[in-house]
Design a protein around this ligand. Structure first.
Ligand code: UD1
Length: 418
């Protein structure tokens, strides 16, 4: 569908908005459901394109999966992974998450290579390496990854880099394996802690998530139940950014401030007043934003790469120059070209962006080319003079449920047109 967001900028955002469960928690948890033959219900699920795609993938392997309002019910009792649809797994990158769980339960998996995406090459060598450490035999031919887990068991995996997806995949692969799996240099993102909590909730034995060593003790079977994943810290931070750039005051609920400490710290450097609640964050913007000397994206607990574009948009309005370094993905500044059309002054060289703040951003017709880059365009448009037209909304819909509704509830002048 060819949809556009129309945003008339200049309205100060005020009020309160709640976030749903984190996309990056729900996706691996959904894959994890493959390992259980019992019914599992997930509450507060976002109705976003990536979740719909994962639901399709589960159905394509014979599972029952249904999203009603924000409650997602999954039953993988009848799953038969021989049926994995290459067309579907080729479509979303998160499909790689099903590899570990399918191997764990069925000891065999064939899926098509997920390939690159808009923000970078995104290889899966660390996923493959980890599975090999658990005794899985892997062949790659014609874009298909064939995995034979007939001799798989626990093992030790030393990751070169704390990849989020590889950590999760290996963690899941170890859940039903004989013996103990140890992952060193594991990623420490809050969503990994959430995956651990979920696995343990349905009867697995995982500990250490949140630190750089995760231990999984294999169990024979998992059960079901109702679980509520953690709130979406990136969606929350995006709304805080929208408050900052419009000079507003917004309370975001449903998120743990500890998941956003570095973002909160950088927001404070811009002159915002930020208050942490037990399950929420309040941000009050200053009259004039200050620049931030340097922001570098890092694995958690560093500054999240998924908030880099929105933060860069905010800094476009600061009174001075800021510098943002992208260390996680090689191609994550494409959106700056679109921001340039709105009067932003951003110089990008390789992985570094230098942002010269300006008092005025102006409306333009711009194209969202990836999820968070799209969110950055929305952020900028909220304070731009005039009416901004954003196309490529399907990218934004991958991670935000009707972003226009949330922003309108905060006072933004925004609508979606076909
Ligand atoms: C996850 C998040 C994504 C976020 C990213 C980094 C989900 C569904 N997605 O993606 O929103 O931007 O973490 O916080 O949770 N790499 C390799 N080989 C591998 C795996 C990764 O070289 O086998 C590289 C990637 O190309 C990238 C870096 O490691 O440059 C980080 O990737 P990773 O942490 O794996 O991110 P994802 O799990 O893909």
């Amino acid at each position: 569908m060819n949809e556009r967001l129309i945003i008339r900028g200049g309205r100060r955002l005020n009020g309160s908005v709640a976030v749903s469960a984190a996309k990056n928690s729900v996706l691996p948890i959904l894959a994890c459901c493959i390992m259980s033959a019992k019914e599992i219900t997930l509450e507060n699920c976002p109705r976003i394109a990536d979740v719909f795609s994962m639901v399709e993938i589960l159905r394509s392997i014979g599972a029952q999966a249904e999203l009603k309002e924000h409650t997602l019910t999954v039953n993988c009792a009848a799953a038969d992974p021989k049926l994995v649809s290459a067309e579907l797994t080729g479509k979303i990158r998160s499909s790689v998450f099903i590899l570990g769980p399918i191997l764990a339960r069925f000891r065999r998996a064939n899926i098509s290579y997920p390939g690159g995406c808009e923000i970078g090459l995104r290889p899966i060598d660390l996923h493959i390496y980890g599975l090999k450490c658990l005794g899985v035999k892997i062949s790659e031919e014609g874009g298909i990854i064939g995995c034979d887990g007939s001799e798989m068991s626990g093992g030790v995996v030393n990751l070169d880099f704390p990849s989020v997806g590889a950590t999760e995949n290996i963690m899941m692969a170890g859940v039903l394996a004989d013996g103990k799996t140890v992952i060193r240099n594991a990623a420490r993102e809050p969503e990994i802690v959430d995956l651990q909590n979920f696995i343990n909730f349905i009867g697995g034995r995982v500990y250490g998530a949140g630190s750089d060593v995760i231990t999984v003790e294999g169990v024979k079977a998992l059960h079901g139940g109702t679980y509520t994943p953690v709130g979406d810290r990136i969606a929350a931070a995006t709304f805080l950014g929208a408050a900052a750039i419009t000079g507003g005051e917004v309370c975001v609920t449903g998120v743990q401030p500890s998941a956003l400490h570095v973002v909160i710290e950088k927001m404070r450097r811009t002159g915002c007043t930020v208050r942490e609640l037990s399950s929420g964050i309040v941000l009050q913007a200053p009259r004039v934003l200050k620049p931030v000397h340097k922001i570098e994206t890092q694995p958690f607990p560093g500054f999240p790469t998924d908030m880099q574009p929105q933060m860069t948009a905010v800094l476009c309005r600061a009174d001075g120059s800021s510098c943002v370094v992208e260390n996680m993905f090689e191609n994550r500044f494409k959106y700056t070209v679109q921001l340039g059309k709105m009067g932003a002054k951003i110089l990008v060289k390789d992985r570094v962006a230098v942002i010269k703040g300006t008092e005025r951003l102006t409306a333009a017709s711009v194209v969202a080319e990836d999820l968070r880059g799209g969110a950055a365009l929305v952020t900028a448009a909220l304070c731009a003079e005039g009416t901004t037209h954003i196309s490529g909304v399907r990218h934004i819909d991958r991670g935000y449920e009707n972003i226009e509704d949330s922003l309108r509830s905060l006072g933004a002048d925004i609508e979606r047109v076909r």
